[in-house]
Ligand binder design. Sequence first.
Ligand SMILES: Nc1ncnc2c1ncn2[C@@H]1O[C@H](COP(=O)(O)OP(=O)(O)OP(=O)(O)O)[C@@H](O)[C@H]1O
Ligand SMILES: Nc1nc2c(c(=O)[nH]1)N[C@H]1C(S)=C(S)[C@@H](COP(=O)(O)O)O[C@H]1N2
Length: 206
Amino acid sequence: MTSNLNNDATLLIGLVSVSDRASGGVYQDQGIPALQDWLARTLTTPFRVETRLIADEGAQIEATLKELVDQQRCHLVLTTGGTGPARRDVTPEATLAVGTKEMPGFGEQMRQISLHFVPTAILSRQTAVIRETADHAALILNLPGQPKAIAETLGGLKDAEGATLVGGIFAAIPYCIDLIGGPYMETDPAQCKAFRPKSALRAPAN
Ligand SMILES: Nc1ncnc2c1ncn2[C@@H]1O[C@H](COP(=O)(O)OP(=O)(O)OP(=O)(O)O)[C@@H](O)[C@H]1O
Ligand SMILES: Nc1nc2c(c(=O)[nH]1)N[C@H]1C(S)=C(S)[C@@H](COP(=O)(O)O)O[C@H]1N2
């Protein structure tokens, strides 16, 4: 059932890059620019972003996710980095800690998609959750830290003519945001064709 808890008008997306070295100035962060580029190419719905660049610290990741959902009232939060098996990779644990519902299908499907790009896809423990407060809800989704993994996972793989060889995970996100009471999101089908059941489709906005 669709929730009507949240009628905030403009789509707000939180982008969180989790990287010890980028946040410490060792290299320039490419995670947030890659996320912004992909969303700007794909979303036809007007949106705003809130960006955060932080270290691989569980408490800081949890606090950032809570702030983006509860105070900023993001509808969707995308994290990049810290999903692997290394000692400091704790983004999935922090994500699960702030979630009120786990959405394990996202992690399962993202690893399937990523196996088309790298045999090490299974090393990512990426997951997704819904965080619900009394009057708001958001989807929080983890992506791997390699900047190229962002477009691979969100958009999938196309052939030279633009036909989809592997569907991207973003196709499932707009309907998920509908179901938690967020704004109706539309995409450029040439980049990513969002899927909704017929009963949930609205006439295109002009
Ligand atoms: N935010 C980022 N900006 C640019 N490159 C990145 C970023 N995050 C990761 N990378 C690149 O992807 C590689 C693998 O990412 P991973 O998240 O495993 O990094 P890491 O080894 O945990 O280090 P760090 O947390 O310091 O980025 C890194 O070695 C780096 O080359
Ligand atoms: N699509 C995609 N998925 C990917 C990768 C990638 O390059 N592309 N890298 C893998 C590798 S090598 C690792 S170690 C894990 C975890 O990465 P993270 O710790 O940077 O989040 O993501 C995996 N998933």
